[in-house]
Design a protein around this ligand. Structure first.
Ligand code: FAD
Ligand code: SF4
Ligand code: SF4
Ligand code: SF4
Length: 382
């Protein structure tokens, strides 16, 4: 049976939970709010299925992949779609095609009070909630079972998520007929826990003395594609307020993200989407307005055939692989040296004090920014 001896070895994908027909596994949060499987020994019959299904290792299934992915720069032909998406709105173009076939799309939206969760969509209105990156680990409760039911009913189904979620779903489905399934993974640097996110919302609500009523993790409309800023609205106010980019801090990432086996070109999905950082190397005019450019990797015949059907909605440029190699296609995000001390401090003193102590908010951050500005000034003037 599955036993998590080292938290680095579990991404929380829920494949083991779902595969256990004896219902012996539950997902339990640790002190940081990350979910891990826990086996009820009174129910477990020690069949070993949960261990065999775990795909969080270098041997995950890529049996239908091309030897190398085919890479493309892509931008939606509609500027409004680009402005509402994280990068070039490749996700919208791809999923429009699935919905046109009366298919089902799985992606990440919100549950009550901005808790980040995987959801099922059969209309554009429902699917639109999945636009944009939510930098929090999503709740996958019941989702793998719903995907399985859709496939059993013969529905064309697209599941999108982090590579560990995609690899987990693929392993869980096993020998089921997956001809109608398209797997879409994102290039992924890591995820903070739902508990950090709740703590952050509480902190903002205390500070502004009003409930958060709108969230945008990276607001392109206000700050442009590359900016690291979140925007929020409070109560009934329509005014957007800024918070600098807290949720991209590796200090917050799940331990597994620092040893992630998916940070390479062996993608678990049929299609991979990402921000195309360094798009200028492919063609300096392609994203001239800098509103956002997607990188699309077609990893299997199924992925390429779908992408060929959606090209009509996109501006597309084939790109040699060596021009697309961002860090998260080469290696996992490094584990910060202060991570253990940050965790201990967080467990003892709570979220706000830990953020202040580690210079993520408060006067320590202001000094850090001031030092950076002085250094930049000195570099420019010499
Ligand atoms: C946690 C996280 C880390 C990322 N790290 C990188 C990176 O290092 N480099 C890079 O190039 N791109 C990264 N991305 C991907 C990138 O931000 C865009 O998702 C991608 O460029 C697609 O953009 P788009 O305009 O086509 O569509 P968008 O509309 O922006 O894409 C939305 C897609 O992202 C999925 N999604 C949103 N939030 C989550 C979540 N919490 N968990 C799982 N799936 C989610 C949706 O289901 C949907 O499939 C990351 C995304 C997330 C969520
Ligand atoms: S990675 Fe997934 S399958 Fe493996 S132990 Fe963790 S939750 Fe279970
Ligand atoms: S060993 Fe079998 S019964 Fe026990 S938890 Fe794993 S899948 Fe369930
Ligand atoms: S970095 Fe790897 S382990 Fe972490 S969420 Fe992304 S795919 Fe999963």
């Amino acid at each position: 049976m599955i036993t998590i001896k080292d938290k680095h070895n579990c991404s929380g994908c829920t494949a083991c939970l779902n595969v256990c027909t004896h219902h012996a596994i539950t997902m339990q949060p640790d002190t940081l709010g990350f979910m891990y499987p826990k086996v009820n020994l009174d129910i477990c019959v020690d069949c070993g299925l949960c261990e065999r299904v775990c795909a969080f290792n270098p041997n995950y299934d890529i049996s239908t992949n091309f030897p190398n992915p085919q890479a493309f720069a892509a931008r939606h032909k509609s500027e409004s779609e680009i402005m509402r998406s994280r990068s070039g709105a490749a996700f919208i173009a791809i999923t429009d095609e699935i919905l046109k076939q009366n298919g089902v799309v799985y992606g990440v939206g919100y549950k009550e009070h901005f808790q980040v969760a995987h959801k099922r969509a059969t209309t554009k209105e429902q699917r639109d909630e999945f636009r944009g990156s939510k930098y929090v680990q999503s709740d996958l409760t019941n989702i793998f079972l719903q995907v399985r039911d859709d496939l059993k009913c013969g529905k064309t189904t697209l599941f999108s998520g982090t590579p560990c979620q995609v690899a987990g779903l693929k392993a869980f489905l096993g020998k089921l007929n997956t001809d109608n399934l398209i797997l879409l993974d994102i290039v992924c640097s890591g995820v903070p826990s739902p508990k950090f996110w709740s703590n952050h919302l509480d902190y903002l609500e205390r500070k502004h003395q009003s409930p958060v009523s709108y969230v945008n993790f990276r607001d392109k409309e206000v700050f442009g594609w590359k900016a690291l800023c979140e925007t929020y609205k409070y109560g009934d106010s329509h005014e957007k307020k800024t918070s600098h980019y807290v949720f991209y801090q590796p200090l917050f990432f799940r331990p597994s993200c620092h040893v992630c086996p998916f940070t390479n070109l062996h993608r678990p999905g049929d299609i991979t989407i990402a921000d195309f950082w360094g798009w200028e190397r492919a063609d300096s005019t392609f994203n001239a307005d800098d509103k956002g450019c997607s990188l699309v990797l077609c990893n299997t015949e199924k992925g390429l055939s779908l992408f060929n059907r959606v090209k009509k909605d996109l501006k597309v440029l084939p790109v040699p692989l060596e021009k697309v190699m961002q860090n998260r296609l080469k290696s996992p995000t490094e584990e910060p040296t202060q991570k253990q001390s940050f965790i201990q401090y967080y467990e003892k003193y709570g979220y706000e004090k830990a953020l202040k102590k580690y210079g993520i908010i408060g006067w320590r951050r202001k000094i850090l920014l001031y030092k950076k500005r002085i250094l930049k000034y000195l570099c420019v003037s010499h």
